[in-house]
Design a binder for this molecule. Structure first.
Ligand SMILES: *[C@@H]1O[C@H](CO)[C@@H](O)[C@H](O)[C@H]1NC(C)=O
Ligand SMILES: *[C@@H]1O[C@H](CO)[C@@H](O)[C@H](O)[C@H]1NC(C)=O
Ligand SMILES: *[C@@H]1O[C@H](CO)[C@@H](O)[C@H](O)[C@H]1NC(C)=O
Ligand SMILES: *[C@@H]1O[C@H](CO)[C@@H](O)[C@H](O)[C@H]1NC(C)=O
Length: 486
């Protein structure tokens, strides 16, 4: 009932809005979205002649940041069968000049609402019951200096949904919908067209973002050849990502049994010895099954072997898999914020405020989407570091950063793959020196850079860096956007 009703509302709104955006001589005001989209209670539907299979439904909302224009909505892609939800916050500094960023969470299957409400968004979930509206102001939000949108992708994640069970099962497939989303985003929010774009995310974002950015880059070349507009993509930021699977278990061993995270290893010596023995066999099996060749049966067997010998001990320790300095609380996502965010986003008034239309309840991470990607061996199928090299060769700036307390996609694993990355700047990166980077005179982490590549650690932060070190992570992003050294 509810969905039928909303469809007819949208259809009514469509007629006038489409005319205003795409019609002739509608005056300069109509080219800025804030002049077109004023409704808060219903969606305004926008279409564009270059993207006939897609439409955007967008509305203004009072959600999260009262100091800027905030929009939420759906991009209906692939003839309207897939609905991708987004939140868009204009910059608190200068929306007319500041760059545009995209943020996505990982999983695969996890909603960007986690990044928004417990990490870098303009407001965070209220865990202390001090706020009447369920959220508290985040002074370190990344929209301090950038226009930022949070996208729930692929379909089936967060508030995004599909009408007839359509699904996306691989990163390379997901890239197409993300490219469509970003293209139409700039057609819709016209005042931002041509603005420098930065793609950011964490965790499985280390698999997603290199592929998405590469797809966008390649599509840009096709668009250019046809004289069409292109996406001004400048950089990619990946926090505690999974990119090259060959180093992950070596890294976990160092975090647990070495001094890469804590000054004194917390894992039992006997467990560490077992892990050290298993590590060699795990790596051999990984190379044999997943890396040198991809053999479905052998790859699954390798991953099962590695996880049972190199991950079980960690889970048994009861520690937070995203932060060795903490215990795991709540469900397997280990933070109490996750269920608080889900309860908040399931509230009827919040769904209405946002215009959420997905059927069923909100889940931070969709098990269905995760299983589909797993069934396709997506994590192992394409060595994503080759995308990174390809982007670097084409001068797309890459920031690989990692909190030092993460176990899951830890900093050591990231350092190891970046060190061995094959690209023309490799020699320069090899000899570049490490140095501390500081925030307010305090050491925030260590960094190393060559050409378009920067690697940075964030000291004593877990997997969700902006959650643990909000001031440092904002300083890092601010310097990155300004093109300054850390
Ligand atoms: C544009 O907006 C300004 C200020 O809101 C208004 O004075 C002007 O008449 C508008 N122009 C058009 C063509 O709608
Ligand atoms: C939160 O605070 C409100 C008002 O102060 C109160 O009515 C409500 O019971 C509190 N909720 C919880 C879960 O403590
Ligand atoms: C929600 O309440 C907090 C204070 O508790 C306030 O700072 C914030 O601006 C409010 N958010 C919105 C969207 O009004
Ligand atoms: C959604 O959550 C509510 C409250 O937790 C529960 O009563 C309801 O059955 C859930 N609905 C679905 C479709 O899972």
């Amino acid at each position: 009932m509810f969905r039928l009703f909303s469809v007819s509302l949208v259809a009514l709104a469509a007629v006038s809005a489409v005319q205003r955006v795409c019609g002739q001589g509608s005056g300069t005001n109509a080219s800025t979205l804030s002049a077109v989209v004023t409704a808060q209670d219903e969606y305004t539907t926008l279409t564009h002649p270059s993207f006939r299979r897609h439409q955007v439904r967008v509305k203004k909302t009072d959600f999260c940041d009262p100091t800027v224009n905030v929009y939420t909505g759906y991009l209906d892609v692939d003839d309207g069968a897939k609905h991708m939800f987004f939140y868009f916050f204009e910059s608190r500094r200068d929306p007319d000049k500041d760059d545009v960023m995209m943020w996505i969470n990982g999983g695969p299957g996890c909603s960007s609402a986690t990044g928004l409400l417990m990490e870098l968004g303009p407001c965070n979930i209220d865990m202390k019951n001090v706020s009447a509206n369920g959220t508290v102001w985040n002074p370190y939000s990344w929209n301090n200096e950038a226009n930022i949108f949070f996208l729930d992708q692929p379909v089936g994640v967060g508030y995004s949904y599909a009408d007839y069970g359509e699904s996306v099962e691989t990163t390379e497939d997901a890239a197409k919908n993300v490219h469509a989303f970003i293209s139409i985003f700039f057609e819709t929010f016209k005042e931002f067209a041509g603005r420098p774009l930065h793609l950011s995310g964490e965790s499985y974002g280390g698999r997603y973002l290199p592929a998405f950015a590469s797809y966008i880059y390649d599509q840009n070349q096709l668009a250019k050849a046809k004289g069409l507009s292109t996406i001004n993509m400048k950089s990619v930021l990946i926090g505690n990502g999974i990119t090259d699977v060959s180093t992950i278990y070596d890294g976990r061993y160092e975090i647990e049994c070495g001094t890469a995270a804590l000054e004194v290893p917390f894992q039992k010596i006997s467990t560490c010895v077992q892990m050290k023995i298993a590590l060699r066999r795990c790596n051999a099996a990984m190379y044999n099954g997943c890396i040198d060749q991809l053999d479905e049966i052998n790859c699954r067997a390798a991953v099962n072997f590695c996880d049972s010998f190199l991950s079980t001990g960690y889970w048994e320790s009861g520690r937070n898999v995203y932060d060795v300095s903490k215990m795991c609380l709540g469900n397997s996502l280990c933070y109490l914020e996750n269920s608080a965010i889900a309860s908040f986003l399931d509230r009827h008034d919040v769904r209405k405020l946002l215009g959420a239309e997905s059927p069923g309840n909100f889940t931070s991470c969709s098990p269905e989407v995760g299983m589909r990607f797993l069934a396709r061996l997506d994590k192992w199928a394409v060595p994503s570091q080759h995308y990174v090299a390809g982007l670097l060769e084409r001068s797309i700036r890459m920031l690989i950063y990692a909190g030092t307390y993460d176990w899951q996609c830890n900093w050591v694993a990231n350092k190891l793959w970046v060190d061995k990355l094959e690209w023309t700047g490799k020699d320069a990166y090899d000899i570049a020196g490490w140095r501390d980077w500081l925030v307010d005179g305090h050491k925030a982490g260590e960094t190393k850079a060559a050409g378009p590549l920067t690697f940075a650690t964030v000291r004593e932060a877990g997997h969700m860096v902006p959650h643990d070190k909000p001031a440092e992570s904002f300083a890092m992003v601010s310097r990155w956007l300004a093109g300054e050294d850390f």
